[in-house]
Ligand binder design. Structure first.
Ligand SMILES: Cc1ncc(COP(=O)(O)O)c(C=O)c1O
Length: 367
């Protein structure tokens, strides 16, 4: 059995084949999916919508765009919906067709993959430690008119975030020089105080080319269905729409998103679980001598093991028990001594911790 150096988390089908367990017997800490979902409202909407899969989906996305627009108090023309955030990222890169893509790393591997697909030159700039914040001075020296900067805020895999007052002026300065931005806010719904983090105001500004991309896939726990969206000035959105497959967002995904966007009770329940989970993570992992915990603002966190061999050994033993973690080998600037762990239910979080403790006990006994 191998600890697969995966490009993505959530390899439950692979883990199921490796371990002979069913999908539901796999405890997946490698994908950052809300453990409370999918919400009952979404499941009910899906059941209701099932009969209508004999029709093509609404290719104008009329109702779901309206639901997104109403939620944020913006115009429908500023909304594009997609088959997961990944499709929105791909479409935005294809349409904006920058001279170079500047990716702030470590980052979601699909940014690079999309740049490759569209034959775009790309460069990586490192986020600044310890908080994984943008290297603004370096960006000002490096970025030229015609470049596109991709930045993920809140940031996967560190769990950090930068508030708007700390990025607005620096972004405006670069945008004024003809640099465009794609801000991936796929985890923003998990923030307790999300309004002061979004670049939505920048995205709606007619004088700048800023696209905000988001995902409902993780928050609603619908990775088998996927739903994402992009928010930008109407002129930018209509440019992106030109290139799209109009039927990529299924009828079921559209109905799930409409129900999920309106489910305030689920959002509140999620926030309350998250607050407890964050405290639990600090209590459990904050004092393990073999690793350091990176402070987080969202539903996953980064651990750094003191020893890469130990990290691999632990991941291997966990996989044998049907537990998967995300080794950060594929992330530029991290490596296999880092794990990214999703927060799951409070009981499951304890199960992971205890499983790690069991293996650590064996390791310590071996000397
Ligand atoms: C930062 C980030 N953006 C986007 C996505 C993709 O979201 P979706 O599944 O909606 O395409 C992911 C998934 O892991 C992600 O981590």
């Amino acid at each position: 059995m191998d600890v697969r150096p995966a490009e993505h988390g959530g390899q439950v089908h692979w883990a199921s084949r490796q371990t002979g367990r069913t999908l539901s017997e796999i405890l997946d800490f490698s994908a950052n999916i809300n453990p409370l979902g999918p919400p009952a409202s979404v499941k009910a909407a899906l059941t209701e919508a099932l009969d209508d899969i004999r029709f093509y989906p609404d290719s104008s996305h009329y109702r779901v765009k309206r639901a997104v627009a109403e939620r944020y108090g913006i115009s429908v023309e500023s909304v594009l919906v997609s088959n997961g955030a990944t499709e929105a990222i791909d479409l935005a890169l294809r349409s904006l067709h920058p001279q170079r893509v500047i990716i702030l790393e470590p980052a979601f591997s699909e940014y690079r993959a999309a740049a490759h697909r569209h034959h775009l030159a790309w460069i990586a700039l490192p986020l600044l430690r310890p908080d994984f914040t943008p290297p603004w001075d370096l960006l000002e020296d490096t970025a030229r008119s015609g470049d596109l900067v991709i930045w993920n805020n809140p940031h996967n895999p560190s769990g950090g975030r930068v508030v708007r007052r700390d990025f607005a002026a620096r972004m405006a300065e670069l945008a004024g020089r003809g640099v465009s931005f794609l801000i991936d806010e796929s985890f923003i719904d998990f923030l307790i105080d999300r309004d002061d983090t979004s670049a939505l105001l920048e995205a709606l500004d007619p004088n700048r080319k800023v696209v905000v991309v988001r995902s409902l896939t993780k928050f609603l726990a619908i990775p088998g269905l996927r739903f994402g969206y992009a928010l930008a000035h109407p002129a930018t959105i209509s440019g992106i729409e030109q290139f799209r497959d109009r039927w990529s967002v299924s009828h079921l995904a559209q109905e799930a998103a409409i129900a999920g966007l309106g489910d305030e009770a689920f959002a509140k329940k999620t926030q309350s679980w998250l607050l407890q989970s964050m405290q639990q993570v600090r209590d459990l992992w904050g004092s393990v001598p073999e690793c350091q915990l990176q402070p987080t603002r969202v539903n996953f966190f980064l651990l750094r093991w003191n020893d890469e061999a130990l990290s691999r050994r632990l991941a291997f033993h966990l996989l044998q028990r049907g537990v998967i973690v995300r080794l950060c080998e594929g992330f530029l600037g991290l490596g296999a001594s880092y794990w990214r762990l999703a927060m799951r239910s409070l009981e499951e979080n304890i199960r992971l911790y205890q499983a790690v403790q069991e293996v650590l006990k064996e390791v310590r006994a071996d000397g």
